[in-house]
Ligand binder design. Structure first.
Ligand SMILES: [Zn+2]
Ligand SMILES: [Zn+2]
Length: 178
């Protein structure tokens, strides 16, 4: 039994490692969203910048190593990041809305107690799904999303105080690329 457990864990670790190291950039000039792979996932060109408007990457930016935590943003050269679950916000809102509707209808058709039980069940499923989601690193300055890199223990979740600091820095940076 135990060796099977180990096997499953090894498989899970392998599956996690198999996620190609890549970055998702939303161009601050033309809003084009594009991806760039690193290491084995690199697709030919070195990826000079935005394919939409040819906005070039910062000269301070360097290509990250797929085996090391991200320390310098490939696109803007910033070195501060936060961690978040790899989660589609719109999908999340849809799930919340649908869940609320289901609970409301159940309460309408049966009793409040059944509605609350359904609510608890949905919350449990949501929690389980949340645990399965991958964690990604996000650049505070240009908000590029890094997937498939090991996480830096120094990086924490999104912090509003840091975001306040970056709001000004982002405006200065945007002025330089317009
Ligand atoms: Zn662009
Ligand atoms: Zn960046």
């Amino acid at each position: 039994m135990e060796s099977r457990g180990m096997e499953v864990r090894a498989d899970a670790a392998l599956a996690r490692r198999k996620v190609a190291a890549s970055v998702q950039v939303c161009c601050p000039r033309c809003d084009a969203v594009f991806f760039h792979g690193f290491g084995a996932a690199q697709d030919g060109a070195d990826g000079a910048g935005c394919p939409g408007c040819s906005l070039e990457r910062s000269s301070e930016a360097s290509a990250p190593e797929p085996d090391s935590p991200i320390s310098c943003c490939w696109f803007c050269g910033n070195d501060e990041f936060y961690l978040q679950k790899d989660f589609n916000r719109q999908l999340g809102l849809n799930i919340v809305f649908t869940s609320a509707l289901v609970v409301f209808l159940v309460m309408l058709w049966t009793t409040h107690v059944v509605g609350l039980i359904v609510l608890a069940a949905i919350a449990l499923v949501d929690w389980g799904v949340y645990q399965l989601l991958r964690t990604v690193s996000v650049c505070y300055l240009c908000q590029s999303i890094y997937r498939g890199f090991p996480l830096d223990p120094e990086h924490k979740g999104f912090y509003l105080g840091t975001e306040e600091k970056f709001k000004h820095r982002r405006q200065e940076w945007l002025k330089t690329i317009q």
